[in-house]
Design a protein around this ligand. Sequence first.
Ligand SMILES: Nc1ncnc2c1ncn2[C@@H]1O[C@H](COP(=O)(O)OP(=O)(O)OP(=O)(O)O)[C@@H](O)[C@H]1O
Length: 298
Amino acid sequence: MSSPVLSIENLSIDYLAETTVHAVREVSLTLERGEILGLAGESGCGKSTLAYAITRLLKPPARVTSGRVVFSSREGYDVDLSGLAGDDLRAFRWDKIAMVFQGAMNSLNPVLRISEQLEDVYLTHRPELTKAERRIRCGELLERVGVDRNRLRAYPHELSGGMRQRVMIAMALALEPQVLIMDEPTTALDVVVQREILLEITRLRAELGFAVIFITHDLPLLLEISDRIAVMRAGLIVELDDALTLYTKPKHPYTRRLLSSFPSLTGERGGFVRSGDLASVELDETEQTIEAVEMESR
Ligand SMILES: Nc1ncnc2c1ncn2[C@@H]1O[C@H](COP(=O)(O)OP(=O)(O)OP(=O)(O)O)[C@@H](O)[C@H]1O
């Protein structure tokens, strides 16, 4: 039985620049509770615009010209996101829908310790917690994303890129949102760290039950982690199917072209992130060294 947590209905977004750009065109899709929905498509097809629209972060010259986004809570009520403003919108963003964007790791404040930045989320959104309770939660949060809690005292520059991005994911998960929007969250990281973080996200999703919209142009990666994949082209969703069907029986010529542009897809792929069996992946010597360094510094 389907149980959507997010429904995008007939959403269109224009950029009113010198010439009007129809960045998103009549997109309708639902995100099921607890699923990972991959959103693929080449640069400029409208993926980020869609993500920003869902989280109500679009700025002029962007304009929503039609449609709406509806959040269906676990508790059984629906919220039309276009109706939210001010504090309600801000609270909603952290509490129900959280985001991790590309390069988010660079948005940590360089002069504040990780603890202060994580605690700040609780201070703002959970003011009833005592200082001791906040500390405990921050430690738990960090460990949940695979970073030792003694790193709470660190400044961002003392952490690797992978660790900083994990901190951003921890921050997004702080209030246990029901939806996580991830726009190229690991693109800036090397491939081993990227895979570890993806593994963590799929684990956390199983543990906490949030749904994910995962945006990337990296289709092989989406095939590994997504339940369903939507393929976007020139503002339109041209195909939407479960990952296996999309891979084995792509219907749209553009999906076929996108698949064939990744030669690595001709090999056998797909099992290890989902099964959590990272050890079964054979790493070459360089990758092993990178992994060892990462493990040590964690
Ligand atoms: N501020 C803006 N003003 C005018 N046009 C814009 C603006 N931002 C984006 N666009 C246009 O909207 C379209 C969709 O852009 P968007 O960034 O959503 O694509 P994308 O698929 O996320 O690309 P990428 O993978 O490169 O991030 C593109 O044609 C882009 O040029």
